[in-house]
Design a binder for this molecule. Structure first.
Ligand code: SF4
Length: 424
């Protein structure tokens, strides 16, 4: 659906979002307003005057909302958009992508692209997963609620994205570095609920493919072949092309593990499951907590510093869920061996669809729903219904997809990329 919107409007949207993001970053350093909304009697304030943390009830105090707006509102909204509208909407309006493409806008973008089958090309899924893992550790340890550190972290990320855009051609930042890349692949492949179909794309410009506007104002492909298969050209084709590769299992089951570990850690750290809804945003000096006990379990603080407890939790949860996913796959395969009903790709796609459905609902019920207590019960009920409805409709859509159906719809991916490249 978003693939058809003119690049002129998308550019404007990207730019406006980038400006809004810069304003939010500035608010991390100077914000004379938002703390007025976070005292106990205000809309975003907690319902109690103290919050449970490691066996004590600590007083809540008004805080500035920059970090909460970024992590508690914008990031979940992006994930919801990915599921509903597919990767193509976010890839075309992402402010960080906008910054990484600034060198291109000024004609100073590098010419390097990653060679097909090079080490980087083969290992990028693992590498990007490591970046996501690292990003989540940084968030839990330094920048989740400490808005000054978050401000500097975001500024650094923007400079990094611009630097990468200066050195490499195409969307190197999005495909090879951005920690949100794996999340986009999990929820954006093979497509969102309303992803546009590539075989009916006007003028062969599909989904979130790189494009330019020529002197006559016509939209043309600007693809330089920086990635093949490319999710921006055809998310469904990229999905089927990679589906049997071992890194897909690692990415999808590992991602479910990261969600469990990430949101579970708030409970393991504070000793209760309400910390995320009330107290977490009050921890505004995260540097001071790094060497404090990282776990509080069954009423006892465990002497592992938070600095170690966070990567430990995320590692254990990733390995545990990944192993569980592989074990379940083996069990089902053993059962299915005698039946020979589904092709391996079709079978794998259904296994991934269930894992992604679980991932989305874990994300919603463990991480997003507990932070929505400022809404009335009716609105919260509505968000639950929306989350369940959207993820169920998405699951049904993916469940029915098959590789043969996809092959009939689109020419082979190689042909698609080759024809695009010939237009450059
Ligand atoms: S459309 Fe082409 S240039 Fe753009 S990200 Fe995909 S492969 Fe790279």
């Amino acid at each position: 659906m978003f693939g058809k919107i003119s690049e002129k409007y998308m550019r404007l949207t990207r730019m406006l979002l980038a400006i809004a993001w810069l304003v939010l970053i500035i608010s991390m350093f100077y914000d004379p307003i938002s703390f007025k909304f976070t005292s106990t009697d205000q809309f975003f304030g907690p319902h109690a005057s103290c919050f449970q943390f490691q066996g004590q009830c600590l007083p809540t105090s008004p805080y500035r909302m920059g970090a909460r707006i970024f992590w508690g509102m914008i990031v979940p909204l992006v994930i919801f958009l990915l599921l509903v509208f597919g990767h193509e909407n976010w890839r075309r309006i992402c402010p960080l992508s906008f910054f990484s493409q600034l060198p291109k806008a000024f004609g100073i973008q590098g010419k390097r692209i990653v060679k097909k089958n090079s080490w980087l090309d083969r290992n990028v899924p693992y590498l990007q997963f490591c970046f996501l893992f690292l990003g989540l550790c940084i968030r839990l340890l330094f920048v989740n609620s400490d808005r000054l550190l978050l401000g500097w972290f975001l500024i650094l990320t923007i400079f990094l994205a611009i630097g990468v855009g200066f050195l490499f051609n195409g969307k190197f930042w999005c495909h090879y570095i951005c920690p949100m890349g794996p999340v986009q692949e999990v929820f954006g492949e093979p497509g969102g609920l309303f992803t546009s179909q590539t075989h009916v794309a006007p003028k062969g410009i599909t989904q979130s493919m790189c494009r330019k506007i020529d002197a006559q104002g016509r939209e043309k492909s600007a693809c330089v072949g920086c990635k093949s298969p490319c999710i921006d050209i055809d998310a469904e084709a990229a999905y089927w092309a990679n589906i049997r590769k071992p890194h897909r299992k690692f990415l999808i089951y590992g991602y479910v593990g990261l969600i469990v570990g990430f949101y579970g850690y708030f409970g393991l750290y504070s000793g209760n499951w309400n910390f995320l809804s009330a107290g977490v945003w009050n921890e505004t000096n995260q540097l001071a907590t790094l060497m404090n006990p990282g776990f509080f379990i069954a009423g006892k603080a465990i002497g592992i510093p938070k600095l170690l407890a966070v990567p430990l939790t995320l590692s254990i949860s990733t390995v545990a869920v990944l192993s569980f996913g592989l074990w379940i796959e083996k069990l089902v395969k053993r059962f299915q061996k005698h039946r020979e009903i589904l092709s391996p790709e079709y079978w794998q796609s259904r296994a991934f669809a269930i894992a992604k459905f679980v991932a989305f609902n874990l994300l919603f019920f463990m991480g997003i729903y507990p932070t929505l207590d400022y809404f009335s019960p009716l609105i919260r009920l509505f968000t639950i219904l929306m989350a369940i409805l959207a993820s169920s409709a998405w699951l049904i859509k993916i469940w029915k997809l098959s590789p043969s159906q996809s092959r009939r719809k689109v020419p082979s991916l190689r042909a698609t990329n080759a024809s695009l490249l010939s237009e450059v």
